[in-house]
Design a protein around this ligand. Structure first.
Ligand code: SF4
Length: 418
């Protein structure tokens, strides 16, 4: 069976600059002066122009056609039109943008200049993702967001006037001061905007954000005592799933909801193992390789190292076993789940057998369920998705060695996933 390699690519461009650092933020982003921003854009453009040579050194196959591009961060809407043009020009020199390619800009409400908003359609942008997080002003202010509900609504109206209707609104469940009632207010407001795409994230508690660090250390400065209990956060997530689905904004991934046909084509690449290339600080790539396997690459998250090019990319070859495990846990992120017959056809009968105990155990625990030939996360499974996915790791490495080598041969013969 010939190896399947998609001939289109998604590109992610990281713009790590913000006006203020939100207390819950665990991204490689920060507040920097305009000189650093200009130096960063120069570096980014140079990195894009050098990508063909770099991809060759990774033995990676680099499709020429782009069918999606995503400018994320950070707050890419802080770029001037000239800086945006500089990046787009570099991309156009190296790649060919397919007609109708999905091109997304992440914006913080109130932080998009008139000049850039009017230039967006001319530059090819046809989608905007707005980091609203909450439509309740006290909650947004408590985590350092600089906008109010009125500003967020005005931004949506302004984008529509500029010709951008494909808008996503991000919400976070678990912010300080949030209650089930105030969350309901945010859900209602989000639906009333009529935007075709909504994302709901549950507050991340880790060492990489100020709020997360305080929660772990028991401090008080960032409103830790006002963060809802995790059972309440879970109830908020369930409330969003139910309400959005009822309103016709269907859940298609753990955190993502869309009206039919408005799913994010770029983000779907991450969960279906399609190739994508990340440029800029802390950007990640996934590419197929010339030997029929795949490689993941990540760039430094240190801005100084990025600017002076003193850090190499970290390359992680994706083994056959890794590819099989990724196909399971990335596929299960999608509401449609994984087709068992299609999976068996790809990975072979023996490999399929190795995962049967995990599937059976998760079904028994109410974390996975079957609908016809599909297996997918239950609502409970979505809340504990990371625990479910962890069970799929290392399964092939620990299964019987003879059987594993058979699986591998069978899998490679079929050229599955690569
Ligand atoms: S959450 Fe977004 S806007 Fe806030 S600091 Fe992080 S990247 Fe910047």
């Amino acid at each position: 069976m010939p190896t399947f390699m998609p001939n289109t690519l998604g590109v992610y461009v990281s713009i790590p600059f913000c006006r203020a650092k939100c207390s819950y933020c665990n991204f490689a982003s920060g507040v920097f002066g305009s000189e650093r921003m200009a130096a960063y854009v120069d570096r980014l453009a140079a990195e894009i122009r050098a990508i063909r040579v770099q991809a060759e050194s990774w033995n990676a196959v680099l499709p020429e056609k782009l069918d999606s591009a995503y400018f994320g961060g950070g707050t890419p809407s802080l770029l001037s039109p000239e800086q945006m043009q500089q990046i787009l020009k570099a991309l156009q020199e190296v790649f060919f943008f397919e007609a109708g390619a999905e091109i997304t800009l992440e914006c913080a409400p109130g932080q998009l200049s008139d000049e850039l908003s009017q230039a967006l359609p001319r530059f090819g942008f046809n989608r905007v993702s707005l980091g609203v997080q909450s439509f309740v002003d006290r909650e947004a202010a408590a985590v350092g967001r600089l906008h109010t509900r009125a500003i967020a609504l005005a931004e949506i109206a302004r984008l529509r006037r500029a010709g951008i209707d494909d808008i996503n609104v991000d919400l976070i469940a678990g912010l300080p001061h949030q209650t089930l009632e105030s969350w309901q207010e945010s859900l209602n407001a989000a639906l009333e905007t009529g935007v075709p795409h909504l994302s709901v994230y549950m507050l991340d508690v880790d060492e990489d954000s100020r709020l997360g660090r305080e929660m772990l250390a028991g401090g008080t400065r960032y409103g830790v005592g006002l963060v809802p209990h995790e059972a309440t956060i879970a109830a908020m997530y369930n409330q969003a799933s139910e309400q959005f689905s009822r309103a016709g904004v269907a859940q298609y991934e753990i955190s993502n909801f869309a009206r039919a046909g408005c799913e994010s084509r770029h983000n779907l690449k991450y969960w279906t193992r399609q190739p994508y290339l990340g440029f800029g600080l802390d950007a990640h790539s996934f590419l197929h390789t010339t030997d029929g396997n795949a490689v993941r690459a990540s760039r430094t998250d240190d801005l100084t190292q990025y600017l002076d090019q003193s850090a190499d990319e970290i390359l992680t070859p994706v083994s056959t076993n890794d590819a099989i495990e990724e196909a399971w846990f990335l596929g299960l992120r999608l509401t449609a789940g994984v087709s068992l017959p299609a999976m068996e056809e790809k990975i072979g009968h023996a490999a399929m057998r190795a995962f049967q105990p995990i599937l059976a155990e998760c079904e028994e625990l109410g974390l996975l369920e079957r609908t016809g030939p599909q297996i997918c996360l239950t609502q409970q499974g979505r809340l504990f998705a990371n625990d479910v996915f962890a069970r799929f790791l290392g399964v092939l490495a620990t299964s019987d060695k003879l059987e594993a080598s058979f699986q591998k041969a069978e899998f490679q013969q079929q050229g599955a996933f690569v």
